[in-house]
Write a protein that binds this ligand. Structure first.
Ligand SMILES: [Zn+2]
Length: 64
């Protein structure tokens, strides 16, 4: 079972995001969360709203 490295929650009903060399993702949170390999959707949403997620597809993000 996956545990969020940010808040420590383990809940199989949550979606977990992964960031690692073994995967190809469009997001990267290492600048703000260098120790985090897995993040639950709650932490991910909060981090994204705080602009702590770097998106590789920057063109899809409108800078309003
Ligand atoms: Zn979390």
């Amino acid at each position: 079972m996956t545990t969020c490295d940010n808040c420590g929650i383990t809940d199989s009903s949550l979606y977990y995001y992964w960031d690692g060399d073994f995967m190809e993702e469009d997001y990267d949170w290492r600048d703000h969360f260098p120790q985090v390999d897995a993040m639950c959707e709650i932490c991910f949403d909060i981090a994204n709203s705080e602009k702590k997620i770097n998106w590789r597809c920057a063109s899809s993000q409108s800078g309003t």
